[in-house]
Design a protein. Structure first.
Length: 422
């Protein structure tokens, strides 16, 4: 049985397709009016084992893309195109897929890898864009939220994905509906378990620091730090491996470990999670999901916060503006005022520095003794289309918007009480 028999070629715009580019196997899921189900990609197994063979050397496709992207982008695109054609062989005649799948990728994929995935699928006739790429642990989170819809979970959730020994992690503040981060924990089963455990401890500390709270908390007591994790969700094909469960229990001994149960197998949890990314609509991220521009020139692309200051050249009247994950211009919005960007204060000089913080703040720093410009950005998650980017000033320096427009409020046609009484 093939994907064609389930009808994705003739699917309507409301059909959902999920493609999990797993380290060991790739899976496909389909969601429509008849429910959600796994699409068998081979005669004897639901998933495809895909390797790139070059002479006597065999390489996993995700690892090959990670190695090639940026150095030989064309070859990385060729790898993804071959994967897409293996999943959708019915597209070999040049047909284009009617629906736009969501594709689960490793959290370790940077901008070059993501661009190669989009280009490769497009070449194969699968019309995806950057916003259809979902980190594996984020896909696992959406699947868990869908399963937990009746329970309304609160607090902090840590999702740890084990994709055949390649670990990644996402944390989310369920109370504010913020994704705190999505990062790799290991690149394969060969990583030293002690090193992976230490990275997981750092992740727990970071989620404790980023979670929104008005209470005074201690960050020097490990038992207090780890106790703020309310839910630990394990996903992926290796999520029940004894060594993996032992490693997580070593770092979080009091946590109740939960697995997202799929209809058949834990290996399918990410693929089914892709069909439920709608549960993340309205959520925001703490890292840039689009680009930052200075006077129209991109100075920072989408991706995790690394902590390095970026020098800018700003003349009088310069502005910062923002794009979505597909490069589309985003207006910014403060309250009822919308504009094309934020003016860079002249007092910061000609060479201010742009600094991104992991909690979603952006700082513009000038010379010593100059008050910085600070703002908090509610970055949209990549599953949503373009919409205004909410900003909020932080500190004493106000934000000056470029080309501001006051939004019209809906007219209230109800009669005024005084007029109604007369």
């Amino acid at each position: 049985m093939t994907a064609l028999e389930f009808g994705p070629l003739t699917a309507s715009a409301t059909t959902s397709i999920g493609i999990d580019l797993g380290r060991h196997r790739s899976f496909c899921t389909l969601g429509d009016a008849d429910g959600q189900r796994l699409v068998p990609l081979s005669v004897d197994h639901a998933g495809l084992i895909l390797r790139w063979v070059d002479g006597d050397r065999s390489e996993r496709v995700t690892e090959r893309v990670l190695r090639l992207a940026g150095d030989d982008s064309d070859e990385a695109v060729e790898v993804i195109e071959a994967v897409a054609r293996a999943i959708f062989p019915e597209l070999s005649d040049g047909t284009t897929l009617a629906a736009r799948p969501c594709v689960a990728i490793p959290a370790s994929f940077g901008p070059a890898c993501r661009a190669a995935v989009v280009a490769g699928f497009n070449r194969a006739g699968v019309p995806i864009t950057a916003r259809h790429l979902i980190d594996r642990p984020i896909a696992g989170l959406s699947g868990w939220l869908a399963k937990s819809s009746s329970a309304r979970p609160q607090g902090t959730v840590l999702v740890i994905d084990n994709d055949g020994g390649q670990l990644s992690c996402a944390a989310a503040d369920l109370d504010t509906r913020r994704l705190l981060f999505s990062i790799p924990l290991s690149f394969g089963p060969e990583d030293d378990p002690d090193d992976v455990a230490e990275r997981l401890r750092v992740v727990v500390e970071e989620s404790h620091r980023l979670r929104a709270t008005d209470a005074v908390v201690r960050d020097d007591d490990w038992s207090v730090v780890r106790s703020h994790i309310n839910h630990v969700v394990l996903t992926g094909s290796g999520c029940q491996h004894p060594r993996f469960v032992e490693l997580v229990g070593q770092v979080l001994p009091e946590a109740a470990l939960m697995a997202v149960r799929s209809a058949k197998d834990q290996a399918h949890t990410v693929a089914f999670g892709l069909l439920n990314v709608g549960w993340l609509h309205g959520w925001t991220a703490c890292w840039p999901t689009g680009s930052i521009r200075c006077n129209g020139k991109v100075v920072r692309t989408a991706g995790p916060v690394l902590g390095n200051d970026l020098p800018l050249f700003a003349t009088r009247g310069s502005k910062l503006s923002f794009t979505g994950p597909e490069g589309d211009d985003l207006d910014v919005e403060i309250g009822s005022v919308r504009s094309t960007g934020v003016r860079i204060p002249a007092e910061l000089g000609l060479t201010p520095r742009l600094r991104l913080l992991s909690d979603g703040r952006i700082l513009l720093l000038g010379n010593a003794g100059t008050r910085p410009l600070s703002m908090r950005v509610s970055w949209p998650i990549v599953t949503e289309g373009p919409k205004p980017l909410p900003l909020r000033a932080v500190g004493r320096r106000p934000l000056e918007l470029a080309d501001p427009v006051v939004l019209a409020r809906p007219r209230d046609d109800r009669p005024h009480p005084a007029r109604a009484a007369s």
